[in-house]
Design a protein around this ligand. Structure first.
Ligand SMILES: Cc1ncc(COP(=O)(O)O)c(C=O)c1O
Length: 287
């Protein structure tokens, strides 16, 4: 366990460098900033490939020789929740899947979205996202844990146990996650994530029928990207206070971004609040 996927990604790329000899990182232009940070820390140049219209990396883009590279694929990009092509066989020195957001979908009926993840050398997942944990809680998985542990373990005469990975002293982060898994079981986690996916789709459907609103694209992993057709989304966001929206810039344009992690989130209420804020009389008020 690690405190967050930023450190999960760093740990995985550290292994890519020291276990597999990766000399560079190849990733998409939409991958998380933690990949660039890891490159800086590890002294590995980061090459960012362009994404397609759905903001994902397509298989055809991996044709170059990747035998000296760590290929980082994202399962659930931060801005729009896109999933890079995970299934194509490829010959990178190391393949890391940053599944910080969408990883837990593997436990649900949407599991096929993550097909190919099992071929990766490492996978990072944030438990404080779709495993409903308080911060700081994340996991990094390795296909060959023993080989990786050997490379990432450091001892010292004063240490009762050697340090595995980046952390020295740290809290018992696994306990709240263990408690959640024992209390809810796999079925409980699955139900909540699937319900979040339904909420995201309800929001997308409602946005699509409102003439004053624009949907960026169908949500793939519970992240809905949308905005009013007129007005400045940033200014509007400020007026909405604690509404269920953040913003993301895509191709230089600002959009609303609603991430489905709250089982109590009400899409109609949110859309009504936005329509009210832009001075349009709403149709489906639930207030
Ligand atoms: C795709 C992706 N990777 C990594 C991270 C970093 O995760 P954390 O906040 O757990 O450090 C995020 C966070 O938003 C993310 O969306």
């Amino acid at each position: 366990m690690v405190p967050d996927s930023t450190l999960g990604n760093l740990t995985a790329l550290w292994a890519a460098r020291d276990v597999a000899g990766a000399k560079r990182i190849v990733t998409s232009e939409d991958s998380h900033v933690s990949i660039v940070k890891a490159g800086h820390i590890l002294g590995l140049p980061v090459e960012r490939l362009p994404v397609d219209a759905s903001r994902a990396l397509r298989a055809v883009q991996f044709n170059e020789d990747l035998s000296d590279a760590a290929l980082v694929l994202t399962a659930g990009t931060t801005a729009v929740g896109a999933i890079d092509c995970l299934t194509e066989p490829r010959r990178a020195a190391w393949v890391h899947v940053d599944a910080a957001w969408a990883g837990p979908l593997r436990m649900t009926k949407h599991s096929a979205l993550l097909d190919g993840t099992e071929q990766a050398d490492s996978v990072a997942v944030s438990a404080h996202k779709w495993l409903y944990q308080p911060k700081e809680s994340a996991l990094v998985f390795f296909a060959q844990p023993d080989r990786v542990a050997q490379a990432l373990t450091f001892g010292g005469s004063y240490l009762a146990q050697p340090n595995v990975g980046l952390l020295g002293s740290h809290g018992a982060t696994a306990l709240p996650l263990l408690a959640t898994l024992l209390a809810w079981g796999l079925e409980g986690v699955r139900e909540r994530i699937e319900s979040d996916m339904v909420i995201a789709q309800r929001l997308a459907d409602r946005v699509q029928v409102e003439p004053e609103l624009q949907l960026w694209g169908q949500p793939r992993t519970g992240i809905v990207v949308w905005r009013p057709r007129k007005g400045d989304p940033l200014q509007l966001r400020e007026r909405l206070q604690d509404a269920w929206v953040s913003t993301a810039t895509i191709n230089g344009e600002v959009w609303f971004r609603s991430v489905a992690t709250n089982p109590l989130a009400d899409p109609d209420r949110l859309v009504d609040a936005v329509l009210n804020a832009i001075g349009v009389r709403h149709t489906n008020s639930t207030d």
